[in-house]
Ligand binder design. Structure first.
Ligand code: ATP
Ligand code: MG
Length: 453
């Protein structure tokens, strides 16, 4: 029969009776309906072995030539991987397969045909370049490797919600189309907003701070947009940020929360995704002890022993950090105020009695970055809750405070002391699962070169 004239069947009223994981030896002799796509195929002449893949795994279908119409057998033989089938069949014992069963089909419906040979197979660890994969991302995402990654990502998101709910944080959503930049700077995407220019939000910062006035403890899981001009393996133009903000605490309390959050996530993955971790060959880092904390100043002093060129006030390159702290979580705290955004609270210097001794250049801030090796996962701080101080700080950073009137206005009604952090979801996935490229931690990555699919 000519391949091209095979018609695709309608799903009609046919429905799956079992997912792959629901069929075991106890179902032997039962009739089942399984649905999915062909992940691989072996042709032994008179017998075809099809691996049918569903959301959870695979089941083996054994098609015997003498028990199938010649036409259907030929069609199945010519079907390409990725084609979708619905199979009504009988479960039989198969000692050699891991599930101990296989299915002998009684009726086969071809629901959707793959017209082209797939550029990569479900099973293969692809040696194909990431761009080829991303161009066909939905197909790429069928590969085992990414299936495991995104199942674990799903656990991460669920466990984040669990943690915040257990700790009385309220989930909020803040606008993504905004009138002014949060932190100044150029890393914004301008958009048309009716007859005005607006921007995509680079962070929910100011809104989540305001919401502590109403709800005290809030969190958000949502996209942030950053026009990152460089091509790196750790920056996306659109990323998911896990933001938390809480009233009546400072940065030390939020470090505690972040540490406990990470511990909760790791414990949850270990209990829910043992299978995925094993398949990925990954052992999650041990997070039972508290994360080391080093101040920015201590770190710079230590680094200067081997890196004479590093000076206080410099950013620290991921490469240098990676050599010292390989795969572990740690906090860098008390950053120079000059390196942090305007809303970050400064540490009142110990000798504040002598006003002249406070050197603006050396001012520290109540801030932290959570690192994993050389990778920054999160930044957090105590925020300024005094309106005059905030305006003063905007000016210091060269921002026009009138553009922030909509924000400053609420400070007249007692903004509580508060602190918070933003944690990059893809960065966390990357760190935990040892991904080389952040693009594989997101479904449809956006970067300077890519706006499709
Ligand atoms: P970096 O210095 O690595 O560019 P940042 O200090 O500019 O990050 P923050 O503004 O502190 O980033 O944002 C908080 C967190 O959000 C970061 O620690 C990171 O996990 C995540 N994040 C920020 N920008 C990006 C991005 N372009 N792509 C992916 N994640 C990001
Ligand atoms: Mg940061």
């Amino acid at each position: 029969m000519d391949d091209k004239i095979v018609l695709e069947d309608d799903l009609g009223n046919l429905r799956r009776s079992h997912y792959s994981f629901e069929i075991s030896r106890k179902n032997v002799n039962e009739e089942v309906v399984v649905v999915g796509w062909i992940s691989s195929k072996r042709d032994h002449g008179n017998v075809l072995f099809l691996q049918l893949r569903d959301q959870f795994g695979e089941v083996q279908i054994v098609v015997k030539k003498k028990e199938t119409s010649l036409q259907l057998f030929k069609t199945l033989r010519n079907l390409k991987e990725h084609s979708s089938l619905a199979i009504t069949g009988v479960v039989v014992e198969q000692k050699n397969s891991s599930s101990q069963i296989e299915i002998l089909p009684k009726e086969i419906k071809i629901l959707s045909i793959s017209n082209k040979p797939p550029p990569f197979l479900t099973q293969a660890i692809s040696s194909i370049g990431i761009d080829t994969r991303l161009d066909l991302r939905a197909i790429d995402l069928r590969r085992n490797y990414l299936q495991f990654v995104f199942k674990i990502r799903n656990t991460i998101i669920n466990s984040i919600r669990e943690y915040f709910n257990e700790n009385y944080f309220i989930e909020v959503n803040t606008p993504k189309m905004i009138a002014t930049a949060t932190e100044g700077g150029a890393a914004l995407f301008p958009i048309f907003y009716y007859d005005r220019e607006a921007f995509l939000a680079q962070s929910p910062q100011l809104y989540k701070e305001q919401l502590t006035m109403a709800f005290e403890s809030v969190f958000e899981i949502a996209p942030i947009f950053r026009a990152e001009p460089s091509r790196t393996n750790r920056h996306l133009s659109e990323a998911i940020s896990i933001d938390a903000e809480k009233a009546y605490v400072d940065y030390r309390d939020m470090m505690e929360h972040l540490e406990k959050l990470i511990r909760h996530i790791v414990n949850r993955i270990n209990s829910k995704n043992a299978n995925e971790l094993e398949n990925l060959g990954i052992k999650l880092p041990n997070v039972s002890g508290s994360f080391p904390r080093i101040t920015y100043t201590e770190l710079i002093n230590n680094l200067q022993a081997n890196h004479k060129f590093i000076r206080w006030g410099d950013d620290i390159s991921p490469k240098i950090l990676k050599d010292i702290f390989s795969d572990e979580f740690f906090f860098i705290t008390d950053w120079p105020a000059s390196m942090k955004p305007f809303y970050v609270k400064s540490i009142t210097p110990g000798n504040a009695q002598k006003e002249s001794a406070i050197d603006e250049k050396n001012l520290l801030s109540e801030s932290f970055d959570l690192m994993f090796g050389g990778l920054e996962l999160s930044s957090g701080s105590t925020r300024i809750n005094n309106k005059d101080l905030l305006i003063e700080n905007m000016k210091k950073k060269g921002l026009n405070s009138t553009a922030f009137d909509y924000h400053l206005r609420v400070f007249d009604y007692a903004m509580p002391p508060h602190a918070g952090f933003g944690l990059g979801l893809e960065r966390l996935v990357m760190a935990l699962l040892k991904l080389e490229n952040i693009r594989d931690a997101t479904f449809y990555p956006r970067d300077i070169d890519r706006l499709t699919p």
